[in-house]
Design a protein around this ligand. Sequence first.
Ligand code: NIG
Ligand code: FE
Length: 419
Amino acid sequence: MTMPVWIKHAAQLATLASENEGPRTKADMSDLGIIENGSVWLEDGVIKAVGTTKELEQRFSARAKVAEMIDASGLLVTPGLVDPHTHVVYGGSREKEFEMRLEGTSYMEIMNAGGGIHATNRMTREATEEELIEQTTRRLNSFLSHGVTTVEGKSGYGMDLETELKQLRVMKKLQQTHPIDLVPTFMGAHAVPPEYKGREDKFVDLLIEEMLPVVAGEKLAEFNDVFCEKGVFTPEQSKRILEAGKHYGLIPKIHADEIEPYGGAELAAEIGAISAEHLLKASEEGVRAMAKSGTIACLLPATALFLREKAANGRFMIDEGVAVAISTDANPGSSPTTSMPLVMNLACILMRMTPAEALTAATYNAACAINRQECVGSLEVGKQADVVLWDVKNYQELQYLFGVNHMKSVWKNGVQVVR
Ligand code: NIG
Ligand code: FE
């Protein structure tokens, strides 16, 4: 049994609580449920009470002595951040490609020449499970130290059954050893492996007939993702793969319209994907279709920055009624960062989202994008006690003092994991 924790006197407690259920759109994205001089009581791994310090003082006067008291005077308290899109399990790194890109070679040129995703594919195939666990643990530690307590992770650096399973099993094992909650996604359709070049449909058959049944049978993933992009998987192939996944109970997600407009947003809406990712080049019709179908836009401004591309039009998407989430896309090629605070800053600077919208996109809407809104993403009674104390006085300052890690302490399931 751990001691209850009472965080009190927060200058701002951004609860993200709301009457409305489901992903937040438009004005709801600006409602952070702020409580001034706020308090939150954590006990048995969950949130027991949230309110003003005065309210909690009245309610817990008899038990105040049994709790560990945290004075949050002058500080901001939020739910643990949620990162709904990463490729966190991989072998090796690709800093040389970063240099090549700066010298003028494009991301897709590097990939088509056997580098990029294929390079990480080789390094991940070669790595042992232990090596992947060790490398991923380091990245997860970095996530935690940036206030992130839940992380989605994709396979997709194997593209053969053995390595895809290895990546997914690594995530499962890390659940036993690391405080971060990992949410697994199967992404066998991340690229067409070289041995299937020119026989792409055969690889799609293999994914559908041999990989999906095993992944689903072993319950190693909850979501199924596809890189729908010119030169990778066509919208038709993507649809086949995602429909087949649905048959096995895997919820569809799509890497859509990242490099070129390709109908990915439209496809996401059509098949009822929970989210569409990237969307740098999404068409206006595609965005409107997503608003209508309730598909969440998972935007990755650090990827746009790192690839030196114009970021997705987050402002337009929110104004059109799309629920927006944001994510690091942590991966060795297009976004090696593990900093969700930086991603929130970039959402404001590059996509003209407001500071409040950026925080909603990194907490509650991010939780919705991975189907975890019942347990994380807001500070509400009964939810997991995942809480972050930030060394800033309000949520605006968190986004304004950009590029700096303001994390002061993190509690995961009521236990302080970073101090
Ligand atoms: O989301 N776009 C495809 N996949 C990743 C990049 C993977 C890589 O370059 O290793 C992404 O950006
Ligand atoms: Fe990605």
